[in-house]
Design a protein. Sequence first.
Length: 253
Amino acid sequence: MGRKWGQHFLVDKKALQTIASAIQLWGKDYEYLLEIGGGEGALTEYLYRINPEKLIVIEIDPQFYELLRSKYPKAKIVNGDALKIDWETLVPEEQQFGIVGNLAYDIANGVVWKMLETKDRVPEAVLMMQREVAVRLLSVGQRTTNWLSVILHLFYKVSRVLDVPPKAFKPPPEVWGTVLRMERLPQPLLNIDIYHARKILTQAFAQRRKQLKNTLKPYANQLPPEVLHKRPEQLSLEEWISVLQAILTKNQT
């Protein structure tokens, strides 16, 4: 069970407790918590003890879904693909909700993007992912920076909670995992349409070694002069804010 979805189940009790403890705003800033990928219920067990009736678990594997339903009857267990389900329909209308999960490594970026699409209702997320992916999401202005990390940092404070070795999982993966905590900022650093921002950023990062004067050539006359000769990975978050603000403000209709 579980292997065809690339799942590696976290079994280390200390790591599980650390993840549960990193969820700081549940019951304060929001009532409902959405767990992505309950699996065998190792993390669900800790969350269920906190507030079972406000816990929602999405599990793609039908057999694990049935297992979770029998073990945690007070929680809402949903069988389906977390990237395809509309999260907002699982929570009472207009209610805020948090997100937690030990993510299958191939869906981490998709989950973070979906969180950004739902950002007005998600104050907090605590997510385990492949360490390489986590490093990208933590960084802006470094070689590992990508389009998603820039948008994420406009709306969330991102921090590293824990690095987890392969032996903490069943079966052990070939890489380390990292737990990130993301807390929504009181006000976005730049309140922009994330779809427009994604279009510009993916264009810039598609050819990482080229300077912005080339990758963003259609907008070159709108860019701040100090960034024209920089590659996308060299820009600080503040510089990206200036770039996005200049382009999107100029091209609003």
